[in-house]
Write a protein that binds this ligand. Structure first.
Ligand SMILES: O=P(O)(O)OC[C@H]1O[C@H](OP(=O)(O)OP(=O)(O)O)[C@H](O)[C@@H]1O
Ligand code: HPA
Length: 176
C-alpha cells in the first residue's frame, strides 16, 4: 500500500487561523499572564506558532500524556509520560492541543490539571473531529472542525511520520 496525502488546509490557511486564535487570546487575556501547556508531541508546531503571535506575557511548560482504555470505562485512564516541570496553582492556564478526536486524552488531562488548583484552565485545539467523540470535553478555542478522516502534518503523525509537513492533509492508503 502506498500512502498518499491530500491537502486539507494549506500552510497559509493554518497560519491565518493561528493568527486569528492568537488575536482572540490577546483580547480575552488582556491584563493577565497566560501559562501555556503544550501537549507533546503533536501540538509542537501549533504551540510555537501560536505563542509567537501572543502579545500578552506568557510562560510555557510541556507534558506528554496518553489515554488508554481500562476495558470497562470508555474514558479510560491517563498515563503521564512526562509531567509539567512547574506547579500551576494560581495560574491562568491554556492547554494547547493539535487535535481532539475521541476526547479521552483531553478530558482526562483537563480533570487531572484542574485538580492542581489553577486560577483558570481552558483548552485550545487546532483541529476538532466531533464525529469521533466518546467523552465530552469543553473546548474554548477551536481552529478547524474537520470530518472523520485521518489527518497528518503540522505536528500530526502517522506512525511518527509526516509531522514536519507545513500543511494539514488527509492520509489515504492506495493499492500500488
Ligand atoms: O481525542 P483523542 O482520541 O484522545 O486523541 C487526541 C490525542 O491523540 C494525539 O496524540 P498521540 O497520543 O497520538 O501522541 P502525539 O501527540 O505524540 O502524536 C493528539 O495529539 C491528542 O493528544
Ligand atoms: O487524525 C489524526 N491524525 C493523527 N493523530 C491523531 N490522533 C487522533 N486523531 C488523529
Amino acid at each position: 500500500m502506498k500512502e498518499v496525502i491530500h491537502e486539507m488546509f494549506s500552510e497559509e490557511q493554518v497560519q491565518n487561523k493561528i493568527v486569528e486564535i492568537a488575536e482572540k487570546l490577546n483580547k480575552e487575556y488582556a491584563g493577565q499572564s497566560l501559562h501555556l501547556i503544550c501537549i507533546l508531541k503533536g501540538s509542537i508546531f501549533f504551540f510555537t506558532e501560536l505563542a509567537k503571535h501572543l502579545t500578552i506575557p506568557v510562560t510555557m511548560d510541556f507534558m506528554v500524556v496518553s489515554s488508554y482504555g481500562n476495558g470497562t470505562s470508555s474514558s479510560g485512564n491517563l498515563e503521564i509520560r512526562k509531567d509539567l516541570e512547574e506547579p500551576i496553582e494560581g495560574l491562568h492556564c491554556l492547554i494547547v492541543e493539535d487535535i481532539i478526536d475521541s476526547g479521552n486524552t483531553l478530558s482526562l488531562t483537563r480533570k487531572m490539571l484542574q485538580g492542581r488548583g489553577p486560577a483558570s484552565l481552558k483548552i485550545c485545539t487546532l483541529l476538532d473531529k466531533p464525529e469521533r467523540r466518546e467523552t465530552q470535553v469543553e473546548v474554548e478555542y477551536t481552529g478547524f472542525v474537520i470530518p472523520d478522516a485521518f489527518v497528518v502534518g503540522y505536528g500530526l503523525d502517522y506512525a511518527q511520520k509526516y509531522r514536519n509537513l507545513p500543511y494539514i492533509g488527509v492520509l489515504e492508503f492506495v493499492e500500488e
